[in-house]
Design a protein around this ligand. Sequence first.
Ligand code: NOJ
Length: 579
Amino acid sequence: MSSVNSPDSGASLRSSTGPDTGAVLVAGSEWWRSAVIYQIYPRSFADSNGDGMGDLAGISDRLPALRDLGVDAIWLSPFYTSPQNDAGYDVADYCDVDPRFGTLADFDRLQREAHDLGMRVIVDIVPNHSSNEHAWFQAALASPVGSVERSRYIFRDGSGENGELPPNNWQSIFGGNAWTRITEADGTPGQWYLHLFDRSQPDLDWENPWVHDRFRDVLRFWLDRGVDGFRVDVAHGMVKAAGLPDYTPPADAGSMGGGLGDELEAGEAQIPPYFGQEGVHEIFRDWRRVLDQYEGDRALVAEAWVEPLSRLAEWVRPDEMHQAFNFTYLETDWEASALRRTIDTSISAFGEVGAPSTWVLSNHDVVRHASRLGLDDSGPQGAGIGPLTPGKPDAVLGLRRARAASALMLSLPGSAYVYQGEELGLPEVIDLPDAFREDPTFFRTAGERYGRDGCRVPIPWEPGVPAYGFSPSGESWLPQPGDWDDYARSAQAGRPGSTLELYRTALRLRRERELGLGAVEWLPGFRDEVVAFRNSGVTVISNLGEVPVELPSGRVLLSSEDLREGVLPTDTTVWLVED
Ligand code: NOJ
């Protein structure tokens, strides 16, 4: 079995190697095909003004640490004007910076400094919904039924005798009803509006050309400022099926996916009328035409919780987006045959349409993989874990597996995503006091689902100082655990065997050996519990079984654990070369 990541599919020019990490921006290089992209969650990365909330100036100050890590690009989760009901994924002005995070001038500085350090900058765009505080929605509320202003959102009359029931049975991805009834200007109970997420996130109506025009403007606003691309939020949800028919998702549907699941592979499941509709593709073809008018290889990345991979690949056809997050990989169990299958299917499904595969293990919506891989069962994405979740993660096992999983991921051809803090081996924070929780999932399910706050705790920079150096005042919008000294970046820097050094080494070797542009050639002769392949002359072996694996001859370039006596112990990944 062998997978080839179409070597001639455009990956012709590669960034040349400079000092340290070697990052140099080269126009026209299709950099996104092999890039390692680091996700910054602005609230929790670095706080420069001491209010306990991370900000853009804090990010700028800490950029050298990311260059030192060796990433090619950063992706910034939303920092736009927002009431922050969904941590910024509720945007009240798409073309301005929320004062909590800074100003447009701060953004310009951040982008300039990132570019100077050889890192691209991707920003988030949230087109499925706006905030209810957006001027467009406020105008819709103030305007009569049937008005132009209302037509920008999905307003409907209620069902029931007096319109007292929601227009259909859709449930919000965060729990509870997906419809909220408004009070009309004259004080009478009025129409209902759709919100697939929180009630403060009304869905825009992409049947309306006006919405298309506005988002083209938003794209151009940031492209003109010089961004290298966009991560497109809910890129599978913008178009809804005509007539908004009732739909009940399967019981095990993930919180983010809301039901476009595995069953589809068998051709049995119904596609949700709010996800994966054909019409979304026309929008991205249009957006692609906008990006193509700009120089410098700007990229669109789909956040689309869509399975199977062959269907997700439709988002990255040559005239659509450039990349899509591979959540199938993120959700694959720590099991060798399942991983081999996902790797193979990913490379071939994306390769079919000439796109690179991507790889991701963590982000701001899922339980951090250093904890997830130490759980028996992590539950649906977005549900989170908390004090009363049965079966606590095994922290030692979780970190060991996370290191092995990351070393495996970073050896694969294509583009990889790293979520802030995973390079420190950070675990999910489980025992957050309820009073600090902010995720709407927690509130909309009355605490039944803990939600995503546990993976969003501000990250530690230095040991032994207030807030671990996250903030000069020691404030932190979510409390950090008291035992994070050893996870702090400066405590791990230069410490042999630390998770930070493992990532640094992996990223350096990945760049030097051009693993991102290579291909997977499976190696025969290993037990079923072993993932073994060669990529660009590097032999990669992950042992997921109990029995130690005898190592083939070769020089060890990298290992996720200490190796003794020429064997690869359980839950360990090694990279070898023959020379
Ligand atoms: C996906 C984002 O990653 C998540 O954080 C957000 O809550 C939803 N989309 C809604 O915007």
